[in-house]
Design a protein. Structure first.
Length: 531
């Protein structure tokens, strides 16, 4: 372990000086933008609806897909909620057979003469690596993040209080999409002889689709996009914005922070911490996230509730603003553009459903019923969007931070706006929020490293050499991200995150009948256990 960390430090050293050369950084950023601008323009092409409202085309497959799954699965996002809670609580652990009955083999994949699945023939007996709760927190750690803080501030600034209503709608609809993709992630995963799990869209696109050529093409595209997204939006942006807030909180009035110009140092510390965790794989990641995520969400929600109930006389008015503004042109624009776009574009989108990334983490769960994990996964958009993002919005509305003057905020400024909103009620909370943002960024980076590695392993193989090559590169990008000028780089990487939706959504729609079969199988198992 020490040798690996030393090699990481050695490889990262040449980038420290580079990262501090701001002029060179900006030149490279501009050159990168010129080379990749065409891709960003395609992914983020806006369809004009009026003189003032334009919607990104990628929102339509996400929203329409979520609506389709909501109706196709008979409102599973609502009817399956209690079952989801019970699964996480362990109420149906007996249905799982306590890990003694072997892998649940997909019946849609070709089998051997003995009726066995060639992908799992040598590994039966292994069921997964982590618990339902750990899989949930590992995936939540990638979605609960800066989008809940900065993205929401931008949304309500652009669209007013009414944007909050559309956040809630997006969250509820996204629960159905998340259920579908995470069920497929478990159903078509690969499990190595040592129990290591490889799953996600790459595998259910390859194995599940009848047209194998189409499946392989879509899977390869997704793998490329998820690697790019992990280096950029899931890594460099996270550490860059965390450093911005740390630098701000350590800046004396009228002075300069002692960290000014030392982003590389902050990045180096984060890279070492990230490296220690990700070298351990999903089990180590899950052990970290199942402690960090509940802790940081609890702190953030508690502070939000304190601000809200400290101004309890304004709660009624805040909800009135939300509902009255929900169907105004500004409200629709703020909900769609501010939330659905800003959240996803910042790698911590409050409703990551339909993108496919979360199914990678959920694939590692210890279960033999794929639909059980799909039901657990639908809790994510509820926790992240319906609860956490709504709390942020209410704080901003109650403290009077929903103004047109803030509509042009960038992400760093939006974080400071949210920090200021909390400070108006809790003078010392910006310090706590800074710690929370660093934890948000850290947990997002370690989870996205796992997502990116799964795409990397799909393309380049599962050898230890390939694994450490990816992880060292990922840690080097942590250092660069903390110090670099990232405008065009982040635009490109965020476009790759959005692009993940295209191959994934095609697969989700085509494989929805298989998910319905898995849901019936699991429901029948629950009924049988009660008999």
């Amino acid at each position: 372990m020490n040798k690996k960390l030393l090699s990481l430090l050695f490889l990262a050293t040449p980038f420290f000086t580079f990262a501090q050369e701001k002029g060179l950084d900006q030149q490279i950023d501009e050159a990168f933008g010129s080379a990749t601008g065409w891709f960003v323009d395609i992914i983020f092409y806006q369809i004009p609806f009026s003189d003032t409202v334009s919607i990104y085309w990628v929102l339509f497959p996400l929203i329409l897909g979520a609506l389709y799954f909501t109706f196709y699965f008979n409102f599973i996002n609502f009817k399956g909620f209690v079952t989801s809670i019970n699964i996480v609580r362990g109420k149906y652990d007996e249905v799982e057979g306590n890990g003694k009955k072997g892998v649940e083999v997909s019946d849609s994949v070709s089998t051997t003469a003995e009726g066995d699945n060639p992908d799992t023939i040598k590994v039966e007996g292994h069921q997964g690596e982590v618990t339902h709760f750990q899989a949930l927190t590992a995936a939540l750690s990638a979605t609960v993040g800066l989008g809940n803080i900065a993205g929401v501030a931008i949304a309500v600034s652009i669209g007013g209080a009414g944007a909050t209503f559309w956040m809630i709608v997006a969250g509820f609809l996204g629960m159905a999409s998340k259920f579908v993709e995470c069920t497929l992630g478990v159903k078509y995963r690969d499990i190595e002889a040592d129990g290591t799990v490889y799953g996600g869209p790459m595998y259910y696109l390859t194995k599940g689709l009848k047209n194998k050529t189409l499946g392989k093409i879509l899977a390869a595209l997704f793998a490329v996009f998820v690697i790019g997204g992990s280096f950029g939006g899931g890594n460099m942006f996270q550490v860059n914005q965390a450093f911005q807030l740390v630098e701000n909180i350590t800046t004396p009035v009228g002075g300069v922070s002692f960290l000014h110009g030392k982003g590389w140092l902050f990045g180096l510390v984060m890279a070492i911490l990230v490296g220690i965790v990700i070298i351990g794989g999903i089990k180590k990641i899950a052990k970290v996230t199942d402690k960090i995520v509940p802790f940081m969400v609890a702190i953030y929600v508690a502070a939000s509730l304190f601000v809200i109930f400290s101004n309890y006389n304004m709660i009624g008015d805040a909800f009135a603003q939300i509902f009255n503004g929900a169907f105004s042109p500004e409200g629709v624009a703020g909900g769609a553009v501010g939330v659905l776009v800003q959240g996803f574009r910042r790698a911590a989108f409050s409703n990551e459903a339909g993108i496919g990334s979360a199914s990678i983490a959920h694939s590692a769960v210890n279960t033999k019923y794929a639909a059980s994990e799909g039901l657990v996964a639908l809790l994510e958009p509820f926790i992240d969007t319906v609860v956490v993002c709504t709390m942020t919005a209410l704080v901003l509305i109650i403290t009077g931070n929903v103004t047109a003057e803030n509509a042009s905020l960038n992400d760093a400024q939006a974080i400071l706006l949210t920090s200021g909103a909390f400070e108006s009620a809790i003078s010392w909370f910006p310090y706590v929020l800074t710690i929370a943002v660093v934890l948000f960024a850290f947990s997002s980076m370690i989870s996205w490293s796992y997502y990116g590695f799964q795409g990397w392993a799909y393309l380049f193989g599962r050898s230890k050499r390939m694994e450490y090559a990816y992880k060292v590169i990922f840690c080097v990008f942590v250092v660069i991200g903390a110090a670099a000028s990232l405008g065009s780089v982040i635009g490109f990487s965020d476009a790759m995150v959005f692009a993940m939706m295209v191959p994934n959504m095609i697969g989700l729609v085509l494989l929805a009948p298989k998910v319905k079969e898995e849901l019936k199988k699991y429901k029948d198992a629950i009924k049988a256990s009660k008999a």
